[in-house]
Design a protein around this ligand. Structure first.
Ligand code: DON
Length: 559
């Protein structure tokens, strides 16, 4: 599994990248009012237009998300799901769960044939699709706190779909890399010509059907998607093509408003996403260990050693305890201050641990959590700070585009554990807590995160990249707030990733050789993994001005 998973993980990490000129990805308005960071300059432009039109961070978010669905359709779009953590101007914080749900006809063993999980079924085609939630999540935040008309913030996305945009080398490469899967479904007409040749870099990609769907949304809101024409088209296609999603599944979809995971971390408060994301819990766990070991004081290779140990401790808990809290018993004790404080005792200071298993948080039977991706960060001077991570799962999701819609549907069903102990596309293993069940939400690593100090927001951050999302977010926060590095530098520092299984510490090639050597000497199974990740973040500088940064590694990948 290790080799294959490493390869797949590598591919996925390439897929989350995007392109172009540095500052067009992350911008602050001239008057300093609003900030945005995304993975695509055209989506960042859409957000800036929303600010220009009198919008706030919420309008900017919605404009960027819909634009990304057009120009970055392999990573995110209305066929997928989203988690949003938001700190409203009045100081309230909310965690909005727009994660996909398994359809009502889903069953525990729907991906198992002859006793074995068949990954093609959970990754490609109709059974891979969960009922999408992004449209409802975006409508909710916009209705609650947007300042401009919903139809107006959709305009940049509509224009990009209707008039087209120039395909960048990276998107063309992603299409070529997934061609054999994309060609299996009717969506091929969007990205391939009649001779089945893929779209090239420099071509203009026009998506008239997607533009029409966006217009219908602008006119009729989310009802068109969940109760109207869109749901009907999808349900009809599913029925004719071996899928199980029905119109009822769409009309039954509901948003979940969850309690954010709020934990202390030194002088700061972390506000993270609760289950069914594992992000909030494990970002909190890992950062808590770092705060307890006085991480900034350690020599460099020790720092990465402790980081790796903390990652393993967290991911072992993830594999055992985490799942959709509406279906599985996910203990709140996992983020109880006493449990967090106990984690540091499990770090082996001398050598890489090889015996880490999940822990036993306090109250694990009662205190329960009530029962290829992109990240957008926006913030405004009214005090709205937003972190939204949204995804189709892997590149182009299930590859299914229901004819007439132009919308790629997700393959989020692969984030369930098809069988306990059988790794998913990211090599992640899960237990019963994450088994498939009707109406259930698959476990996620998406970690939209806000950091507050004395009640005031100081950072919004999140990332793309499957399980590396958790470890990217940890490193962005730790480098910025524990090492006191300015945000651009904090995101550029070489990263490591450990997810407990496989027992490999992935290290970026830019890591100083002496550090890698030190880690090997401590017994880590070190493996190089290209420059990976796609973190977006916004912070404030000493003068209270926004600093917006989009993943520095992205710009190298679009050549
Ligand atoms: O929810 C999750 O954890 C995954 N579906 C995220 C997928 C992802 O980040 C893909 N990008 N490389």
């Amino acid at each position: 599994m290790n080799k294959l998973c490493g390869f797949v993980l590598g591919l996925l990490l390439i897929f989350v990248a995007s392109a172009g000129v540095a500052d067009r990805y992350a911008q602050v308005t001239e008057d300093g009012y609003g900030a945005v960071a995304t993975v695509h300059p055209l989506a960042t432009d859409a957000a800036m237009e929303a600010y220009r039109e009198g919008g706030n961070a919420v309008d900017a978010l919605v404009a960027a998300a819909y634009a990304l669905g057009v120009v970055d359709s392999n990573n995110s779009g209305i066929g997928g799901g989203a988690f949003i953590v938001i700190r409203w101007a009045n100081g309230d914080v909310e965690a909005i769960d727009g994660r996909e749900t398994a359809p009502a006809a889903a069953t525990r063993n729907m991906f198992v044939r002859d006793g074995k999980a068949v990954s093609d079924l959970s990754r490609n085609g109709p059974l891979a699709v969960g009922v999408p939630g992004s449209v409802m999540a975006l409508e909710y935040v916009h209705q609650k706190g947007g300042k401009t008309e919903f139809a107006d913030v959709l305009q940049p996305g509509i224009l990009l779909a209707d008039k087209g945009f120039i395909v960048e080398p990276l998107l063309a490469r992603r299409v070529a890399l997934t061609a054999h899967q994309l060609l299996r479904y009717e969506g091929r007409h969007l990205l391939f010509d009649e001779q089945r040749k893929p779209i090239n870099a420099g071509d203009v990609l026009i998506q008239k059907e997607l533009a029409a769907v966006y217009r219908a949304l602008a006119e009729n809101g989310a009802d068109y998607f969940y109760k109207g024409g869109f749901a009907e088209q999808v349900a009809e296609w599913m029925q004719a093509n071996g899928g199980i999603i029905t119109k009822q599944d769409f009309s039954n979809y509901s948003l979940k408003l969850r309690e954010p995971v709020r934990t202390r971390f030194g002088d700061y408060e972390l506000v993270g996403f609760p289950p069914p994301s594992s992000g909030g819990v494990h970002v909190a766990q890992i950062l808590s260990v770092l705060a307890d070991v006085q991480w900034a004081e350690l020599p460099l290779s020790e720092r990465y050693h402790v980081l790796s140990e903390a990652m393993q401790i967290a991911f072992a808990d993830r594999a055992h305890w985490l799942g959709d809290p509406d279906f599985a018993k996910v203990p709140k004790g996992l983020v109880h201050p006493k449990y967090l404080a106990s984690l540091v005792e499990r770090v082996n200071a001398e050598k890489a641990s090889d015996d880490i298993i999940y822990g036993s948080p306090f109250d694990y039977s009662d205190g329960l959590f009530s029962r290829h991706t992109t990240h957008i960060a926006t913030a405004d001077k009214d005090g709205n700070w937003v972190a939204m991570t949204t995804t189709l799962n892997t590149a182009f999701g299930s590859k299914v585009v229901v004819p007439g819609t132009g919308v790629f549907l997700n393959n989020q069903m692969d984030d369930f554990s098809a069988q306990p102990g059988v790794p998913n596309t990211y090599g992640l293993v899960g237990a019963e807590a994450n088994a498939v069940a009707p109406g259930k939400r698959p476990l996620s690593s998406m970690s939209p995160t806000l950091v507050l100090r004395q009640g005031k927001p100081v950072m919004t951050v999140g990332a793309a990249g499957g399980p590396t999302i958790i470890t990217q977010v940890v490193q962005a926060v730790a480098n910025h707030l524990l090492l006191d590095k300015p945000l651009p530098e904090a995101l550029a520092i070489p990263r490591v990733h450990h997810q407990w299984r496989p027992e490999i510490l992935y290290v970026e090639p830019t890591m100083p050789k002496a550090v890698t050597k030190g880690l090997r000497e401590k017994g880590h199974g070190v493996k190089a993994l290209g420059a990976y990740g796609a973190t977006q973040a916004i912070s404030i500088d000493e003068d209270g001005e926004f600093v917006a940064v989009s993943e520095p590694r992205l710009k190298q990948r679009n050549r």
